[in-house]
Design a protein around this ligand. Structure first.
Ligand SMILES: [Mn+2]
Length: 353
């Protein structure tokens, strides 16, 4: 359901695979009792999200941190970073990069908004594996183990944002939202739903949650400004450059754009705007899928995949070691733009030919 995040997912090991919970309407899934108990039994929590965090990830982490502290626990937020997105700049300083020995002593981890533990980053992944950890997630390409008392898993692939699951958890802990938590939760929801534009008539409960957040002090107007404002002129110029050389394939059903390493270095470091870029490209008549290839390093690209309702790009991403959602996925891949473009065209042949 969410479509705004740049996903750089890790591959799943087969023994981690678990059936997803797609198909149900969002809102049917409540926090499992073992997660509540996991929190009650602990005193010290480290809340981790995925590397290259987005608003849903950071919002989930910070809102949960606030609620856990109010619940009488010690809680810190941890992220491998980098905080590339403009709207997260003010939040970045609240996160630690790697926990110290002291912070780790006696701690339990809660991983949010990650389709797999690998998504927390190489260093954190190895640390987390040595501690008890719970998972709260809403990705379709689920790679988590089944929920147990020791390792609770709260996954709802029908939930359009992870913050909605955090809201349910906070409520299940018997807490009312603070204004700050409500703002963080709505911030995450608006990030992952493109400010509601990806929601359908299957999501009435989402708007009930929004009502609750707004009632507790979240302002859609302020959140819109945070998410959509503050862009640099360079980021607009970069959009123009990518758009100007976007190519069309398969009778206009697929468009592919790219960002060179030089552009990334010249324009792209200050807040990428994938959401607007994808929005513009998906609005072309007849387009069913959008691919943006970015040369991140000399020998390495990230690929972002977006689609309209019919095409499941998560399958293509997964086949190349990535992952994500049906209409929004991503991957990292070795190589240079021209080679990666050929690989993507090959992959889409099965879809469009
Ligand atoms: Mn999310």
């Amino acid at each position: 359901m969410r479509r705004c995040k740049e996903t750089v997912p890790a591959s799943a090991s087969p023994d981690q695979l678990k059936p997803g919970c797609t198909g149900q309407r969002s809102g049917e899934n409540s926090p499992p009792e073992e997660l509540i108990q996991f929190i009650k039994d602990g005193s010290k929590f480290i809340i981790v999200g995925h590397k290259e965090p987005d608003g849903d990830c950071a919002g989930s982490q910070l809102a949960l941190q606030s609620a856990l502290i109010r619940f009488g626990k010690s809680a810190i937020v941890c992220s491998a970073g980098p905080f590339k997105r403009t709207e997260l700049k003010t939040y970045a300083e609240k996160f630690i990069n790697i926990p110290t020995e002291e912070e780790l002593s006696g701690a339990k981890f809660i991983i949010v908004d990650c389709s797999g533990i690998d998504r927390t980053g190489d260093e954190l992944k190895d640390i987390i594996g040595k501690f008890p950890f719970a998972v709260i997630d809403h990705h379709a390409a689920v790679t988590h183990s089944p929920s147990t008392k020791q390792s609770p898993v709260y996954v709802d692939a029908a939930s359009p944002s992870c913050t909605l699951l955090i809201e349910k958890l906070i409520t299940a802990l018997g807490l009312e939202l603070t204004a700050e938590e409500a703002t963080l939760l709505l911030f995450g929801l608006c990030t992952d739903t493109g400010f509601f534009r990806h929601l359908t008539d299957k999501n009435p409960d989402v708007f009930e949650a929004v009502t609750k957040m707004v009632r507790h002090g979240a302002s859609p107007k302020n959140i819109y400004r945070i998410i959509n404002g503050g862009k640099s002129l360079n980021s607009r110029i970069l959009l123009g450059r990518i758009l100007s050389r976007t190519e069309s394939f398969f009778d206009g059903k697929l468009v592919i754009g790219h960002e060179t390493l030089e552009e990334t270095e010249t324009y792209g470091l200050e807040g990428r705007d994938s959401d607007n870029l994808n929005k513009l490209l998906l609005s072309i008549e007849g387009v069913e899928a959008v691919v943006i290839i970015r040369q991140e390093r000399v020998d390495n690209c990230t690929v972002s995949l977006r689609s309209t309702d019919n095409i499941d790009v998560s399958q293509i991403a997964a086949s190349l070691g990535g992952g994500g959602h049906k209409n929004a996925s991503g991957l990292t891949i070795k190589g240079i733009i021209t080679d990666v473009k050929q690989i993507m065209l090959e992959s889409f042949k099965n879809v469009f030919c």
